[in-house]
Write a protein that binds this ligand. Structure first.
Ligand code: SF4
Ligand code: SF4
Length: 132
């Protein structure tokens, strides 16, 4: 069985677009989304983003990402982390793994971190653990 299928089957619930926070944007995300929206980066940042310390996140409106309108309105150029989710490097960290396992309805709830680790490593291609 494919390692990804052992760990995860997306339930299309869109919970990952809801909540008090969104994901952090990389400079490449900011460039791509601003370009996709046809905006200068400065305007994109002002209209759609919020600074959280050293991070930039998309704004939250009514408890969901500002780009959520029943589906992702920037699907074609959405952030890299949204494309990868839930297979982010922090899955290699036990505390983060447990949070993601608990919060993503599509994540296998029966597998322990220790048992999941080889599959996580296989999906991530051996990417080293990193904090978000
Ligand atoms: S950019 Fe799209 S996929 Fe990512 S959190 Fe916002 S609505 Fe969801
Ligand atoms: S929260 Fe998990 S199961 Fe739900 S849409 Fe997002 S990735 Fe899929």
């Amino acid at each position: 069985m494919d390692p990804e299928e052992i760990l995860f089957t997306c339930q299309m619930c869109n919970d990952c677009c809801h909540g008090e926070n969104t994901i952090c944007l990389t400079p490449a995300d900011i460039r791509r989304i601003a370009s996709g929206l046809g905006l200068p980066e400065s305007e994109f940042l002002e209209r759609y983003c919020v600074s959280k310390g050293s991070y930039v996140q998309m704004k939250v409106v009514d408890n969901h990402c500002i780009f959520w309108d029943g589906k992702c309105s920037i699907h074609a150029f959405k952030p890299g982390r949204c494309r990868e989710w839930p297979f982010v490097p922090s899955l290699l960290d036990q505390a983060s793994f447990l949070i993601i396992q608990q919060n993503c309805p599509g994540f296998n709830k029966d597998i322990t971190f220790e048992d999941a680790l080889p599959y996580v490593e296989a999906v991530l291609g051996g990417e080293p653990a990193a904090k978000e």
